[in-house]
Design a protein around this ligand. Sequence first.
Ligand SMILES: [Zn+2]
Length: 869
Amino acid sequence: MESRYNPAAIEEKWQKTWVEQGIDKTEENQDKPKFYALSMFPYPSGSLHMGHVRNYVITDVIARLKRMQGYRVLHPMGWDAFGLPAENAAIKNNIPPAKWTQRNIAQMRDQLKRLGLSIDWDKELATCSPDYYKWTQWIFLQFLQAGLAYQKEAAVNWDPVDQTVLANEQVDSEGRSWRSGAKVEKKLLKQWFLKITDYAEELLQDLDQLTGWPERVKLMQANWIGKSTGAYLEFPIVGSSEKIGVFTTRPDTVYGVTYVVLAPEHPLTRQVTTPDRKAAVEAFIQEVAAESELERTAEDKPKRGIPTGGMAINPFTGAEIPIWIADYVLYEYGTGAVMGVPAHDTRDFQFAQGNNLPIQVVIVPPNNDVETLRVTPLQEAYTEPGIMVNSGSFDGTDSVKGKQAVIEYAEKQGWGKARIQYRLRDWLISRQRYWGAPIPVVHCPNCGIVPVPEADLPVRLPEDIEFTGRGGSPLAQLSSWVNVPCPTCGTPAKRETDTMDTFIDSSWYFLRFPDATNDKLVFDSARVNDWMPVDQYVGGIEHAILHLLYSRFFTKVLRDRPKGGTEGDRNLLNFDEPFQRLLTQGMVQGLTYMNPNKADKDKWVPTSIVNADDPRDPQTGEPLKLVYATMSKSKGNGVAPEEVIAKYGVDTARMFILFKAPPEKDLEWDEADVQGQFRFLNRVWQLVTEFAQQPTVKETSIKNPKSKIEKDLRRAIHTAIQAITEDLEGDYQFNTAVSELMKLSNALADATCKDSPVYAEGIKTLILLLAPFAPHIADELWHAIANQESVHKQSWLKADPDALVADEMTLVIQINGKTRGTIQVPAQADRQMQEKLARESEPAQRYVEGKEIKKVIVVPGKLVNFAIG
Ligand SMILES: [Zn+2]
């Protein structure tokens, strides 16, 4: 063994040894409890960044700990490998997406292996490989058979640069594409949807089962699902048999409805428009069509609308009210129409004021002078509950109770009914792109939509494709691929050319890992039911809504039994939720140059173009500020993992990441702290090396040491075991666990009983406790103290309760509430004895000296206070 700590040499050696010994392979021993540790799998961009490293190191520590604690652990890794960047690279550099992706995967796999992660690479999967997407397609067909996948024409977000449809969440707050930055347009297209709305209620209710999830993630999901309880009411159109249906959570305000508003794209819009309003209405429809959904609904934006000339009847009052159209009403939400109650809704109040629409008060605060309110104009909407007025037979009713009463009345009259509505909408999964799983259906002129038979899966992506980046999907342009006979009747038919949203690939990958190489089935049910749910899932907060919600949805659909056995081969899972515990790790921040005089994205200046001695904006010459900001390519503030590893070794990088911040908090990259951890590992190296060279004591089991020195050291050792175990098992407080390791190493360094078996126990303990954090140095040192088997095959330690009991305790001596010193007293001393010893103590004697003790307060085990006069 070398006397100097040389991470490069030992890390490479151990990584090789672990592979040879199969240390990271998934154990299938059923006598052991299972533990499934999973990091959110990466997109193979080609290079690992510090955010990845943090994510995977966190999961790795947990996986290593659980193995030592006697679990069989599944800790796999894969690649979320479909998506736009590969296709964009193909267009730009003329490399086939498959080749580009495989090259990136190979590169990132090497980088991952360098991190010493205990990943079972036999389980590796890539969503873009045919043996994976075959099953993605198979799952799609189960959805189709269950009536959970359907086609419908819909206004979609159209990216005119990438020539593709975008999901709402791929459009930023300025209505621009998340990738190309192009202004998104609206376009009508026939699209595939998954019926996630069928599961809205269960997805909401089951959030309660997720006790191991951060509250804020559950709240974000609940808000996304957006359940509201209220009424569906219908307003007859004057001069027509049609009615305008609206949803409201405030049926108690229906007597205050003074207008109704349709979404401009609502099919009734053109029907209700009067001839004199036609030109204006058409112009407005065109204008709104160019706006994104986010622009239309932005809180801070004034709401725009115009009258159609048409009138409706408020069935409750019999009054004729105008029909308007406005940009803030979206056809995809609810019924695509809303009732206007300006007196009791803030948005309606502003809209009515801006457009001179009547405002009718129908709810007044309790205990208020009704007459005054009737005559005084409202200054703002009154949105609180109160007493119903101007509401026919409901006058005087409490408005909360009035909601139900109005619904019952409406039902009796045939004007409406109770309804629950969700904000969640069906999931648009069609992409007019090449690099995704083809949707496995054929369009036949005789049979309609025909699923590709299971035996013909996968529908492979053709490879002889030309990427021009124009004119929509490359698949649609390849007639040899598109034209096929109908699988049912043999008539010339056409393949579906849309591919699936990549979020589908990641909605079930965690189910594939337990049985990753199965070529007969999507997975073996028994195997998956054994390993699932994932016990610990680790990933970024940016996936709090979509990925996690979709994964929960897929799990529930694959769990459900097909009705009457006609809905495909589901009923595959015996659990409701895929992820037991979720940890959303914080970001990694780097020191970043910023020009405080510039706004938003323009303010960041990449470190590489700044003169560190006199940091100025190269464009303007203005002085720059140095702040912490999330590492990113665009800010040019990243720290490359491979550079840190080359300089200090991966064990140091891991220790720093774990020590610098609790896992859910942002982490500020600080070179000085990295060096601090490097020095710590050097000290551990030194301690163990010196110990190993000692020829004497190797006995490490001594329950009852005689000397106080040994007893104190043994207490420090077992305190470390207990504290670190608690830190790791509770909320994964790795930072405090590393502090405890440092404390133990200090106690060993300071020990004056280095020839005692207790010291030997301490050295052994330090190495074992270090193993999940810094796996390479731990295995090297473990072998250095004459062990043959890997440290990662050892059992985690349990604290000896006897060793934790202190012989003495510290009492604080106070005089008139002021601390004057401390004394050591026997741990078993009772209250009286504590007071006696405190009185006799040097600080008490000194300060009391002849004065009268008026009162003594004893807080046993903590302090004794003397009140003196
Ligand atoms: Zn056919």
